[in-house]
Design a protein around this ligand. Structure first.
Ligand code: CA2
Length: 141
């Protein structure tokens, strides 16, 4: 089984500000936790991050026929991107939406998620542990 983990804008800067919202773990900590968990589960993993919406759309499209599941934190594009929603719908690959923070406790504009309609589950508010929980959901499925 192969899982693709996609991260949206600014997540590469994780751990550098707003620790009260996002925790103190860095992006390297996140990728290390995901790789460790993939090894434990016996699955292949590929992790990517981009600040550009089109990169994320392209990577979802390229996953067709190569990935069995996607863990997707679209970051700010969660709240704006119909293109990402359409990409996940078109790919037809089981996808779990992940957020480090609990969006239900944040600003009104963060209550909207376009991609959610195409995802099999959403994990939020568990920090980087949310990524490994999402991987478990995909493996169980
Ligand atoms: O909670 C999440 O995981 C978010 O997807 C993170 C996004 C935010 O726009 C979403 O509403 C919720 C922000 C990613 C930026 O992450 C940073 C965190 C700390 C320091 C620098 C960047």
């Amino acid at each position: 089984m192969k899982i693709l983990v996609l991260n949206g804008p600014n997540l590469n800067l994780l751990g550098r500000r707003e620790p009260d919202i996002y925790g103190t773990a860095t992006y390297d900590d996140l990728t290390a936790a995901v790789r460790r968990h993939a090894e434990k589960l016996g699955v292949e993993v590929e992790i990517r991050q981009s600040n550009h919406e089109g990169d994320l759309v392209d990577w979802i499209g390229e996953a067709i026929g190569t990935a069995d599941g996607i863990v997707l934190n679209p970051a700010a594009y969660t709240h704006t991107s119909v293109a990402l929603l359409d990409a996940v719908l078109a790919a037809g690959i089981p996808t779990v939406e992940v957020h480090l923070s609990d969006l239900t406790k944040r600003e009104a504009f963060r209550q909207i998620s376009f991609v959610r309609a195409a995802c099999i589950a959403t994990v939020m508010g568990h920090g980087i542990a949310g990524y490994t929980e999402a991987m478990d959901l995909l493996v169980k499925r």
